[in-house]
Design a protein around this ligand. Sequence first.
Ligand SMILES: [Mg+2]
Length: 424
Amino acid sequence: MSTAPRIAAAKRDWGHDERGCTVLHIDMDAFFASLEIARHPELANKPVIIGTGNRAVVSAANYEARKYGINSAMPASRAHQLCPGGVFLPVDHHYYSQISRDIFGTIFSRVTDQIEQVSVDECYMDVAGALLEWGSPLRIGAWLREQVRARHGITCSVGIASNKLVAKMASTNAKPDGMLLIPVARQAEFVQMMPLRGIPGIGPALERRLDEHGIDSVKALAEIDLPLLESIAGSRITAERLYNVARGLDARPIVTHAPEKSIGAEHTFPQDVSDAASVCGLLRRCCDDVASTLRRKGFVARTVTVKLRFPDLSVTTKSLTIEQPADSASALLPVTLRLLRAMLDIPADATPARLPRAIRLAGMSVSGLSDRATTVIQPTLDDVLAESGADGHVSTTQTRLRGAEEALDAIRGRFGSGSAQLGI
Ligand SMILES: [Mg+2]
């Protein structure tokens, strides 16, 4: 819940020139409180405060509650004093993150994968690559807002600008339930109508320091030259940042990261089994599924974890971090089977038909995910020595097997997931 100041005059039409405005900042309005009202419609129009208990703090408050001066991080007991008639609800993180995952995974990801998620209810989106399909940033913003409302009955606000700084300030001033486009030509003017605290990153200490030098607004800040700013701020880096923000400039890129922490597959056997072939076969199908998901999502994984559940319902897991980040079953399966052996104390040279323990459930997952496109995957020195051809071109066993699996993805895409598998 943002406590950044809003300027009523900023929420107006700044013109419709969208050129260069490819950064969206999307922020749910009073997210937790709105979700509670969406599932308890009888609470609509009442002050709703999320956070109960003597020692609790307010996690969220709807706009009705904010009229009483309630805001986030305030002790819940204080909120009770301010608004004794308010509806106080406990925080249901599980529910809020479930809806958040749907909003990001089902709605936002339809537009682009260039998303920097800042929190459970807030993100930046770079739509430059989506314009060919979607036409304009305003259209994208309107579609996102409509989808969030239709699917979840809550509202969000969208700021559209040429950079993260101005987009965030725009969404803040668009709230609640608004959208604000700040054309490139107007971004300095927009920023300069704000108080200093309206700039993300300027907190009370910096505000005080600037005020001591007679700088009490962004407009005043924009009139100070860089050397003077440096002497006031005490560092070149802070001075440059202040110099830029006072002009609505911000060079920070959108930083996308893998939203998923792990990808896994597991299955419970219809009956407990102890024959090695069944368990290995199942783990191999899990590797296949997981690798296929990794490739579809463009990730590679560094860590493999195997999970076993026994007839007494006890569970054990074991993990191994692999040398080369991988997205192929041919790389994941040997590690998975190695972990299985270690978990059941099977010697490396033994190949028993029956496992020492019966298994009820088996599965594997991968974590340590990163974007394949930005992850450097080098063949090991051994691979290179063993496999460089006469022309010096390196084609390792792993890259060839991965190519075969990619071909299988296409077959499975057409005929279903059980239609083909690699004979590893
Ligand atoms: Mg929010």
